[in-house]
Write a protein that binds this ligand. Sequence first.
Ligand code: MN
Length: 250
Amino acid sequence: MPLEEYAAKRKFEKTPEPPPGKAKSKPGALFFCVQRHDATRLHYDFRLEVNGVLKSWAVPKGPSLDPAVKHFAAHVEDHPFDYGEFEGNIPAGNYGAGSVMLWDRGTYELLGDAPAQEQFARGDFKFRLHGEKLKGDFAIVHMKGRGKGNEWLLIKKRDDFAVTGWDVEEHAWSVLSGRTQQEIAQNLPARKSKRKTAGASDRVWESDRPAKKAAKAPAKKSAAKAAPKKKVASTSPRSKAPVKRKSPKP
Ligand code: MN
């Protein structure tokens, strides 16, 4: 039973998390997801489908699109395939108590010739993500002979999707419900429209209007900067005289 550890840590009559047993039923593209988990410490859970279950890592600083960043990822127990749809609150007193946001999801392609299980086993897993937030080539690499043996690094490869200085916390909304972590924790309903932005102001509950305005703001700002033109021409009498202008006809 690959999900024994997962099951042993949880009491399914007390947590809304899915019980094990359901491996992925439909073949096709490989699945990945990332959950933002506000447990004892806020972290991101990065999960890749391998052999019908989700290989999982807890990433304290979250994934990044910046290739210069190598974030520590602690390998944790396999999760059931159904966990990829999970968002909600794990009640106090349970393992991993706190709110869980479905932060990103999509499919992934294996890079290289080796099957997923083999790449995982040798501790050098290369893949291309097609998520809503995470896109492009990544690797997750086991740091062998270090500490407890569960230490890996999550690394973005250089490609067209790489973004220098990318900040995971600027993308802190759910791809499932559009909610912020706080809205999930408060069991507020899903937002009606899909979000494209989230920032510090979203961590305080407000309507979703400020985020939309914020998204449009940069365009207005740059237009405003370009706009100011000194009215030298109109105040200068000379400029009114059509010195060399070839005016066709009045
Ligand atoms: Mn977690």
